[in-house]
Design a protein. Sequence first.
Length: 511
Amino acid sequence: MKSIKYFLFPIYLACFMPLAAQNIVSGKVFLDKNGNGIQDRSEHGMNAVPVSNGRDVVLTDKDGNFSISVADGESLFPIFPSGYTFASGDIIRSSDFIFGTMQQKNNVHFALKKEKQPEHFTLGVIGDIQMGNPQELDYANQSIIPELAGRKDIQLAVWLGDLVNNRLELYDDVRDMIRCTEIPSWALPGNHDRVTNGHTLQDSLFNCYFGASAYAFNYGNVHFIVLNNVAPDSKRGYKARISDRQMAFIKNDLLYVPKDRFIVFCQHIPLVYTENLRELTQLLDGRTKLFALSGHTHRVSRHFIQVGNAVMQELVAGATCGHWWVGEKDWLGIPSALMQCGAPRNYFTIEFSPDDYRINFKGVGLDSERQMDIWVQGCDTIDRHVKDFRIYRRGEILANIYGGSDSTEVSIQIGNNPAVSMEKVEVTAPTVARQNQWYRDKIYPTKISRRSPLRKSASSHLWHFKLPENLMPGIYPIHIKAKDSYGFSVSGVRIVRIEDTDTPFDWKKKR
């Protein structure tokens, strides 16, 4: 693993500081060629680098100097130009300093280094790892963390909040786990990452470990804007809202972002559920290259937000903890944690190119080609015991295409027959219906597992088809293709045996 330098002393001093009057902070952004954190004589300041306090944005002068007002408890950070990052070499990237007291420091310097950033790059999108105890830390350390560590094709990652499940004392472990992936990573807070005991600065402890909770950076040809849209609501509650301070930051930041630049918003709660979304879309009017990444729901879904004459796609990325690390345990002792939408525990990768992007679902521990499950009524005799399946006759098919959306067109080909369209439906995913039946029959949970809180609710990515009745008995491949114009294209295959009968199951047959 690459060496990591720690700059935690000034960060810890900033924790739990009350807000104070604004104070002027001066500093410099410089190119740190030798990585020692000090500006040597041969190292020059960097001109026109944006620096922000999370609201205002100023540019450095020709010598790299800047001056900006910062209050106690606020974050101060540079907005990395494309091709640059912190010289410290730390995997966790955001602000390098959380401002504490004016007696502590009123002069802050940022050491940057050049970094190779290709125009074609892959972003890892990790939603809701949400660990609440050491056992769940171990579940992650057996599954998602080593999988990410083994991927050399991901250039950077965004962790979309709910890093812990209200157990903020686990932050130290979580930060070290992310570092073990060796993927340069940016993080943002979720509703379970807050200090909620009446504290004014609910993201203060998150700031201590992971830096600013709202910031921006550039990578390749993409400008990322990271938001904290978890707003306090009553003593312990929350709502989805972008604060006035963050709205001002977005407006000020966009002044320095070219109109033709890709802009990607990252936040915990989906923008479609954010109460002042309209205010955000008004700031974006006239821009066309827009994309959003969210977590929170523990389901995979995609939404499309109108922005002037353009459309901003929002990918709700599901959860790497699935349905909160519960459900029947597999052969490794890790809970299946099937999500309500019928998708397995997952993350996404996004392949960016200069003018486009491609969305890739990745089930944790599953082959990358596993983009759907295809259920056929009548193939598995155990399904006769699932009451929710009684509405389907033998040969009816449900395809759960994990990354699908309302804009996705799905076709199915049976053997050598011509491909035809499938119908999008809103029903409970077969895998969820089956597990719910085992809970009703008290087959699940087994002694070593915890019951999953699955409900009888519809998945947003299911398609239906009925096998032709005139198919001759035999073995047939089922090929399904799904594609839309928003960076999504997948395929799947299943083999089915057709019997010489169309008789429905005898539901009264004894087990």
